[in-house]
Design a protein around this ligand. Sequence first.
Ligand SMILES: Cc1ncc(COP(=O)(O)O)c(C=O)c1O
Length: 389
Amino acid sequence: MPYQNLKKADPQMFKLVDAEAKRQQKFITLIASENYASPAVLEALGSPLNNKYSEGYPGKRYYPGNELVDKIEILARERACKLFKAEHANVQALSGGPANLAIYSALLKPGDKLMGAKLAHGGHLSHGHKVNFSGQLYRQIGYELDTDGRLNMKKLAALAKKEKPKLIVAGFSAYSRDIDWAGFRKIADSVKAYLLADISHTAGLVATGQLKSPVKYADVVMFTTHKSFWGPRGAVILCKKYLAEIIDRAVFPGFQGGPHDNAIAAIAVALKEASTAKFKTYAKQVIVNAKTLATELSKLNYKIISNGTDNHLMVVDLTNKNLTGKEAEAKLAAQGILVSRSTIPNDPRGPFNPSGIRLGTYAITTRGFKPTDIKKLAQRIDAILSRNT
Ligand SMILES: Cc1ncc(COP(=O)(O)O)c(C=O)c1O
């Protein structure tokens, strides 16, 4: 039985943790940013590495007793570099949002222009949105998807030429198409901007060759380790050698104190898992499942933004169904299916109750879903959303 020590020490918390573990088993999770950490990753996370302080980097720590922690962090960095064919990896950032802020602080000065996708067009808060520190410290030049729900590289080039940003973020929380990294590089070069590829949502698909890799093109690549991998909450920053020192310094001491060594060990485990044939098969299945879900929902007259998907996710525009994203989210949750409300491009409604929902296949694929299951799932989603109550 798991959690026996917790049960004894804190029965109230045990009940909540145990109930959450059961809830996770019971619900079908289509939240595009969620996945399940592997048992090996959870063991590394719950290991005594949690107890160590190791401010600094391997070989240059501000605390004693870090000989083994150094080996662990070096292993995590080496695995990240090998998997993505990168020149340098930092594995200390606590999560994706803080990682992006650290990257900006390394490359930008307050008030500089940062060109990132608007929230309603698939971007993330940490790409310069006004409610995020990135939007308060830097001036966001927000870009949009075209009317077909895709990036229009010519329009992006024109916007960059007009605004001359110091950094361009190519990366998305709700964009279902593969990305023209060479095109982004060309645009960045045309205005001498840095290019940051935020592949938090797709890193596992990139690592296994299912999607194009930005590593050759971007100055910096950032990804979280808990969405597309079976990994812990955390982030990895990859960069060219010439930026290694300033990126490392921005993370520590610039942004953080002691790294979470248990999470770093768990990241290393997740990266090892990601290099296996089993994970490659999984990544392929994630995309097959997402394509199947998009096709089946289209057949049921659901409008998929950009008419399909290349990756693990899709945004569904519900305006023709007379439902808001929040209503659909609640209806599905009441029947054990979790999706997240989502804005659609040029959404006439606000982000709290937007016009769409976002669905992704990482979690269900980890649980073994195949296209036959997905077809049934699409039918079930439609049956729930079509009910009047
Ligand atoms: C593209 C992108 N970048 C950054 C983040 C932030 O990651 P975290 O939630 O780990 O801070 C997310 C999270 O959803 C994301 O989708």
